[in-house]
Design a protein around this ligand. Structure first.
Ligand code: MN3
Length: 207
């Protein structure tokens, strides 16, 4: 069964004014769809791999047939990363969206970073410095939260890490509204983070 693009869990304009509707249309309908088309094409001759959830394929990336491994890393990664990304965001000013974190993730952020502002700064600095295209991530490793970055569409899953949250710093994620001002995009993005979903992912990361 080939992978399919799920609709956004909210309206294209729901993240305004922090992320504009035009960016969301292009990002979801064109970029995410292209990753799906490309990973489906790569796995077409390997039905036993195509049948697995994309996250499981990425966890076992080193076992994926070599002739399609790079295509799967890039496009399977793109599919997985964007599927996470849409869900860890939510309508600006909606309940539990933006503002300060709640629940277990709030406690763990305080324990590992001191406070939310310090964590945000560490995340934004790391993501701002990621050279070229990539992602900033929050992962849970060795009983602690850690900020990491990856290039291209490389998924933390392929390093044995579960992404609790991630922000896309490819220019396609922000260029229409923010042009070259990546730090401004990074600062604004926290206004649309869905902390309930992040808490769900944190619970999954601890398993
Ligand atoms: Mn993207």
């Amino acid at each position: 069964m080939a992978y399919e693009l799920a609709p956004l869990p909210y309206d294209y304009a729901a993240l305004e004014p922090f992320i504009d509707a035009e960016t969301m249309h292009l990002h979801h309908d064109k970029h995410h769809q292209a990753y799906i088309n490309n990973v489906n094409a790569a796995l077409a001759k390997y039905p036993e791999w195509a049948a697995k959830p994309v996250d499981d394929v990425l966890r076992d990336l080193d076992k994926v047939p070599e002739d399609v491994r790079t295509a799967v890393r890039n496009n399977g990664g793109g599919h997985s990363n964007h599927s996470m990304f849409w869900h860890i965001m939510g309508p600006a000013n909606g309940p539990g969206i933006g503002g300060h974190p709640s629940g277990d993730i709030a406690k763990q952020i305080s324990a590992d970073f001191g406070d939310f502002e310090t964590f945000k700064k560490a995340f934004n600095d790391a993501a701002a410095k990621q050279f070229g295209s990539g992602w900033g991530w929050l992962v849970f490793a060795g009983g602690k939260l850690k900020v990491i970055t990856s290039a291209n569409q490389d998924s933390p899953l392929s390093q044995g890490l579960y992404p609790i949250l991630g922000n896309d710093v490819w220019e396609h994620a922000y260029y229409l509204k923010y042009q070259n001002r990546r730090p401004e995009y990074l600062a604004a993005w926290w206004n649309v983070v869905n902390w309930a979903e992040v808490n769900k992912r944190f619970a999954a990361a601890k398993k």
